[in-house]
Design a protein around this ligand. Structure first.
Ligand code: NOJ
Length: 495
């Protein structure tokens, strides 16, 4: 056990409050980020396998070819999280393991289907609820080469076919499903290098993101329609990202508008069509012409509205928003403005006092500060703006500053991850109040991440794990960090 000096004991945080019956305390992972074994047992390449090979694209020049080798070590990994008392694991299926060439009329890889069947069975045997994401950014590379991936409407039918294959294979073993992980972040990538090398005709770096948003929403709606028509047991939605913030200058009308723009571009873009209006947020339609942002047909809207059984959000932080220095309308009317089309600024320090909203994470994740004090207002906003019968807090987590530069000889310093521990303890306390005091129907919380992993462009150096992975050792052994034990204690005393 870890020493208790100078740190709050998990059992002393709101000791009289408990999480509701059936609450899922989980950890998160994603296929590309943990599996490795990228060329094994029939898997096709994904766009991130290509991206990680572009010189300079990953800041520390690592790939995820091996990473945690979770593809082979999943039994050990499941046993290690079961030992902590975790009762959920949200992970993703790699599309290119099931369809190496991606397309609906291409061969299925039985080894891939068998693999995830055993992964799911292993979780069930350990009493860990498997929560499955169909798409966590790893488009089969073949689809990018054939037609430009998510920049093309061809993706819709291929995704639906893949979704149906996975639903059929695991129906009855998986209860909670997500179609897409953080589509807003994903579609923002699609317009840039190296994903832009294969744009279909008519697509460019300006409209790619919004065409992606449109096709992805249609793929989501189609998959959910199939889920329901096939009578798959369980529930399905997608994972939102980000926050509903506050105006930086409290009574400044431009900053109040900047909050609405941030919400529209980050959450509303996918959640308004699905949960409330069947349409894009008005702010998007006012900013983006139909050649950039395709408009929905009546049928699209009908398919989209109601195509989720619950609301899910990856909410790592909440910030203030401000208008661009040149003003919102000057920005909106000038598509060369670097802030166009969002035309909002995210501010991480208080306007009145200059103090940060919270402690900073590792410099490799400059977007991340711990802001537990804003969790309750943010969850109230999610629930009010996109009402759903239940909410999953699908990801939250923190990078311990400079952990990536420490050597395995400094393991004793790496495992003492006080900033991450405080992050999780304060967030979970606030979440408890959000449920018990504010009546927000949160039914599960998932800590990112099960272990250190490949953090996209930051590679292996930005370490989000509650377990350390020794990448210089051929056995890639895992070591629990302090935060893992704190989470374990917290779960045990609050369930
Ligand atoms: C959210 C993404 O879903 C995940 O893939 C990523 O690693 C974490 N945020 C941390 O940045």
């Amino acid at each position: 056990m870890f020493p208790s000096f100078f740190a709050v004991a998990p059992k002393d945080i709101l000791p009289d409050l408990k999480y509701p019956e059936g609450f899922i305390f989980g950890v998160d992972s994603a296929a590309y980020q943990v599996e490795g074994a990228v060329m094994e047992e029939g898997k096709g390449p994904s766009i991130w396998d290509l991206a990680s090979r572009q010189p300079g694209f990953i800041t520390d020049n690592t790939t995820a070819d091996v990473v945690d080798l979770h593809y082979y070590l999943y039994k050990e990994d499941v046993a290690r999280i079961a030992a902590l008392g975790v009762n959920g694991h949200s992970f993703s299926v790699s599309w290119a393991r099931i369809f190496p060439f991606g397309a609906a009329d291409s061969p299925v890889n039985q080894a891939g289907l068998d693999h995830y069947a055993d992964v799911i069975a292993t979780h069930l045997e350990a009493n860990i609820t498997p929560v499955v994401t169909l798409f966590h950014w790893d488009t089969p590379l073949a689809l990018n080469l054939y037609y430009g991936g998510f920049a093309s409407p061809n993706i819709i039918d291929d995704f639906i076919h893949y979704a149906k294959t996975v639903f059929t294979a695991y129906n009855g073993s998986v209860h909670t499903w997500y179609t897409f992980n953080e589509p807003q972040v994903f579609c923002a990538q699609v317009g840039g290098a190296p994903f832009n090398a294969t744009f279909p005709p008519g697509i460019d770096s300006t409209n790619a993101q919004f065409h992606c948003s449109y096709y992805l929403l249609k793929a989501h709606a189609g998959a959910v329609k199939a889920f329901r028509e096939m009578n798959i047991t369980g529930e399905i939605a997608f994972k939102n990202s980000d926050y509903v913030g506050m105006p930086w200058r409290a009574n400044n009308t431009e900053d109040i508008e900047a909050v609405e723009r941030t919400v529209a571009f980050n959450i509303g873009v996918f959640s308004d069509p699905i949960y409330t209006t069947g349409d894009w947020p008005q702010i998007l339609k006012d900013t983006l012409s139909p050649d950039i942002l395709p408009r929905f047909t009546e049928e699209d809207s009908k398919d989209l509205l109601g195509s989720a059984d619950f609301f899910a959000i990856d909410a790592y932080r909440t910030y203030w928003n401000a208008a661009p220095p040149e003003g919102i309308s000057a920005c909106v009317n000038n598509s060369s403005d670097p802030l166009w089309p969002g035309c909002f600024v995210e501010v991480m320090f208080d306007f009145n006092t200059g103090w940060a909203s919270g402690p900073a994470a590792d410099p490799l994740t400059p977007w991340l500060q711990a802001t537990p004090q804003f969790l309750r207002p943010s969850f109230k906003q999610y629930h009010q703006r996109w009402p759903a019968p239940k909410i999953y807090y699908s990801e939250f987590g923190f990078t311990e500053p400079f952990a990536g530069v420490r050597t395995p000889q400094e393991l004793f310093q790496i495992t003492e991850d006080v900033e991450r521990t405080t992050y999780f303890m304060t967030y979970l306390g606030e979440l408890l109040l959000s449920i018990q005091e504010d009546g927000i129907p949160v039914v599960g919380a998932f800590a990112w991440a099960i272990m250190d992993n490949a953090e996209w462009n930051s590679g292996l150096s930005a370490r989000f794990g509650i377990q350390y992975v020794n990448y210089s050792s051929p056995t890639l052994e895992r070591t629990y960090k302090r935060s893992a034990f704190a989470l374990s204690d917290f779960f045990q005393t609050h369930l």
